[in-house]
Design a protein around this ligand. Structure first.
Ligand code: NAD
Length: 473
């Protein structure tokens, strides 16, 4: 989609960012080239009979790196997917996994389709047929290549994919691990649907724990009261906005979707707006904000934090100079082009980059994959044991002090962790550790001034290490 990138394709934009990071590293050029190269990509074209007529669908799956297996990355359903986009997204997955220490290679898939044009049964037929192509060609397997949801896909598609794989490989005891993002009833994990938005919230919380970083944006300390504009109100945008409003007291003043922008300087009630949009398929008629049809202009609204959570290439050389946010946190993949990134860096706008900020999805996918391989829900063995131990601790404390602990404290001490608690804890830990790693890299190299370059250097170092340790084979 070169038009969004002022001449640079999405893949070139990612490669330029990686090249910029390489300039501050002392890495042999051949190793750098090996890291950047896309290992494999397939295109499939397959027929499906829809409403009495045969239609041909085109899909892609790219494997960027296999230095760790399985290669991991979502499958996107959108009318304008192409090979360049899928390769760019696969490359981002490689760097993302390395940044947050998820031991996977990078992959991504796409199907050229507008899901809104098809009924549920038709989508099932198309998805199962696409899965068949991917499995037969070795691009979907619990050990080597594990898809997940992305734009236009969700739990439903993942359940169909897992079921198709199971029918083709009934003897594979680990078949549920062939995709992640499944419904909990079909081998999914609690907390996967919210994971990317939740991870984004944890990334922002961690950012605000570092006073120097906040100071560099010119914002006052603390997330509470910050004015936020979100572009994209799907899985990622909705969850991020919801958590930031409900738990961090951020003021969500703008929500942009594909048709326009909802604005309210006093704050939009995210949950009510979401329900309205689900029922009406639009924000029109919603009374908690003013609706205008120019969504793209909304990106330039006055706000503290801008969260692009829709598509790539939304902030380009065309509008970068007019962005008024002090901080951009990239929920979507590639929302800021290479040129825009340079303009924003010069203007002092701080960007928390996609390869770190939206890693919550793949982190929790990693947990789901482990859960599938171990065939047991996290916490199942120890939850009640922890409860009993907590209870004994309360008894001991009360008998030693002769006092009765407040019930709220007792509830906290003798609660065993649920799977959701453990998932959130693991996600929070991963996001905090990764951010600290990025800061460490940036602070130890004076050539690096922005978080994106630092994030890429972090990733490239880890991937290069893996290549150099075992040799390139
Ligand atoms: P989704 O399909 O659930 O939602 C996408 C949203 O973007 C929809 O609300 C849609 O209306 C909106 N949109 C589409 N075109 C738009 C436009 N031109 N202007 C404004 N809004 C527009 O998708 P999602 O899963 O939330 O993914 C969003 C982004 O986050 C993508 O870039 C995806 O690659 C990235 N991402 C998703 C995950 C995940 O776990 N789902 C993980 C990491 C990154």
């Amino acid at each position: 989609m070169a038009d969004h990138h002022n001449g640079l394709s999405f893949l070139e934009s990612v490669d330029h960012m990686v090249d910029r990071a390489l300039l501050s590293m002392d890495l042999a050029p051949d190793v750098a080239e090996a890291i950047k190269a896309c290992n494999a990509v397939i295109q499939v074209k397959f027929p499906v009979k829809i409403r009495g007529k045969v239609q041909i669908f085109s899909g892609w799956r790219a494997v960027h790196s296999t230095h760790r297996l399985p290669a991991k990355g979502g499958i996107r359903y959108a009318p304008c997917v192409d090979q360049n986009e899928v390769e760019a997204l696969a490359a981002l997955m490689t760097y993302k996994c390395a940044i947050v220490d998820v031991p996977f290679g990078g992959s991504k898939g796409g199907l050229m389709i507008d899901p809104r044009q098809y009924e549920r049964d038709e989508m099932q037929l198309i998805t199962r047929r696409f899965t068949l192509e991917l499995v037969r060609k070795g691009f979907l397997n619990p050990a080597t290549n594990v898809p997940a949801p992305d734009m236009g896909t969700g739990q439903r598609e993942m359940a169909w994919m897992a079921d198709t794989y199971k029918h083709l490989n009934p003897e594979d005891i680990n078949y549920t691990a062939c995709v992640t993002g499944k419904p909990v009833e079909h081998g999914g994990i609690h907390g996967r649907t919210e994971a990317t938005g939740r991870g984004l919230q944890y990334a922002l919380q961690e950012f605000f724990r570092h006073p120097d970083e906040v100071k560099a944006t010119g914002m006052a300390p603390g997330l509470a009261g910050k004015q936020v504009v979100v572009q994209g109100f799907g899985n990622v945008g909705y969850h991020a906005a919801k958590f930031l409003q409900e738990e961090d007291d951020c003021r969500i003043i703008g929500i942009i979707d594909r048709h326009g922008m909802l604005h309210n300087a006093a704050g939009i009630d995210v949950e009510t707006a979401y329900r309205h949009r689900v029922q009406r398929r639009s924000f029109e008629g919603f009374e908690g904000g003013e609706y205008t049809e120019n969504g793209a202009k909304g990106l330039e609204s006055e706000c503290d934090i801008l969260i692009p959570a829709a598509l790539e290439g939304q902030i380009s050389a065309d509008n970068a100079a007019r962005i008024q946010a002090s901080l951009i946190i990239e929920a979507a993949n590639g929302p800021v082009t290479f040129e825009a990134d340079q303009i924003l860096n010069k203007r002092g706008v701080v960007i928390i980059p996609d390869a770190y900020a939206n890693a919550g999805g793949v982190i929790v996918s990693y947990f789901e994959w482990i859960r599938n391989l171990s065939h047991i829900r996290f916490g199942r063995m120890q939850r009640r044991f922890d409860e009993v131990r907590g209870h004994h601790q309360i008894e001991a404390l009360e008998s030693l002090t002769g006092k009765v602990l407040p019930q709220t404290l007792k509830d906290k001490i003798d609660a065993g962790a649920s799977e959701l608690d453990l998932v959130r804890s693991g996600l929070d830990d991963s996001m905090r550790e990764a951010f600290q790693g990025i800061l460490e890299v940036r602070n130890s190299n004076e050539k690096i001034t922005d978080l994106r370059t630092a994030a890429y250097v972090t990733a490239i170092r880890k991937i290069a290490r893996s290549y150099l340790d075992v040799g390139i084979y």
